[in-house]
Structures are given as C-alpha cells and as structure tokens.
Design a binder for this molecule. Sequence first.
Ligand SMILES: *[C@@H]1O[C@H](CO)[C@@H](O)[C@H](O)[C@H]1NC(C)=O
Ligand SMILES: *[C@@H]1O[C@H](CO)[C@@H](O)[C@H](O)[C@H]1NC(C)=O
Length: 220
Amino acid sequence: MGMRWLWLLTLTGLFGPSAPQDLFTHVLVFPQKTNDSYVLVKATPEQPLQNFSVCLRSYTDLTWPYSLFSYATKAQDSDIALIKRRPGEYQVYVGGKSVSFPVPEETPMESQHVCATWESSTGIVGFWVNGKARPRKGTQKGYTVSNEAVIVLGQKQDSRTGSFDASQSFTGEMGDVYMWDSGLSSRDVTAAMYNSPLKTPIFGWRNFPYETAGEVYLKP
Ligand SMILES: *[C@@H]1O[C@H](CO)[C@@H](O)[C@H](O)[C@H]1NC(C)=O
Ligand SMILES: *[C@@H]1O[C@H](CO)[C@@H](O)[C@H](O)[C@H]1NC(C)=O
C-alpha cells in the first residue's frame, strides 16, 4: 500500500480501533530491506506541538542510511524524523530541518537506545544515547509541529514519490518506542530505557497502538 493511501486511511480513521498492546519484553523484527514493510503508529497528539520527545531502541548491523521514526504532516514529510545517517551519526528532523548527532559505536555491537527532545521556545534539540546526553544543538526556534500526522516506523515518508524507498528502510529489531508532548530530563530518559516512564506519553511501548504492514513481526 502506498503512502497516499496511508494518509487517507489514517486521517479518515478507516483503520478502525484495535486495542493497544503491552509490548514489554517484545521487539518488532524487520527482517528484510523492502519498500512496503513498516509499522503504523495509530495515535497522534491532541494538539499541535511546541515541545516533543521521542525515544526508541534499535538493534541492527545496517550501514546504509535508514529511517527509524517518521512523523509526516501536510506541511512537511519530516516534520519529525529520527534517521541514522550512517554508523556513528544520527539526524533529528524538526519541520524538515535536521541537526546531526555523532555517537560512539560500541564494539561488540550493542542495541542503541536513543531519545530526542525539542522545544520551540529556544529551538534546542536534546539527544541521549544509551542514557547519556550528547551536547545540545538547536533548530526551528518558534516552529509549531502539526498534530495531523502519519507516524511510521522503519520507513521514510516522502510525498514527492508517494511511496517508500527500500534504500532507506530499516532492517533489524526495534522496541521501547515512546513519544511525549513535553521535554525529558535525564531521569525521564533512564526511566524510558527501562519501560517505566515517569510521565504519561502520547503513546508508549507498554500500551502501544500500532498496525504492521508487509514483513514486520512482533517477537519476544
Ligand atoms: C517496490 O519493490 C518492488 C520489488 O523490489 C518493486 O517491484 C516495486 O516497483 C517497488 N515499488 C515502488 C513503488 O517503488
Ligand atoms: C514547552 O516547553 C517550554 C520549556 O520547557 C515550556 O515553558 C512551555 O510551557 C511548554 N509548552 C507547552 C505547550 O507545553
């Protein structure tokens, strides 16, 4: 199914209700490079966002650029996005503009837990890797992120082509996905790493509203 269909189905609510699940001790496995496998997150913020935070854990040996979290609105395909550009570098998008965060890669390979936060009043973007804060940066001061969004894990949304691009797809395992309409402290980040968030998220792994398409499997 193409992206345009996703928009129609999501914004008209045609996906229908399905009970969110507690995915504690589970991961989503994306076994292969495709242009049609993804996870649709079936929850959006109630109001436009002046602040947001996103956390997730991924485990992969990919070396090509891949999209972990893609929050597309009518205004911007990457109104919010979390991209791993290459080993050792993440990009956080806000309103279509990105900031880069170099990160040390562990040997032997480990899963990486990352959190990104942004606040409109200063434009400051915070970034944590495995609970450790990286130096803060900034972009899009004064911007507001629309709450009419389509949220996809594992593929990058691109309205120019109207479809997903296998070359930016995620292969590997993903879990512990959370989003909030507020900032996070380092204490909040640590709590999210252990699936015990201190603040109520917009959506989170312990009560995750989602649907998979193509080859994505929930596994212990
Ligand atoms: C998706 O991938 C399949 C198989 O590789 C290909 O045949 C198809 O044209 C691709 N679709 C798009 C929209 O790129
Ligand atoms: C966004 O965060 C800033 C700084 O933490 C805070 O002052 C402001 O009230 C927040 N705005 C909303 C709408 O939550």
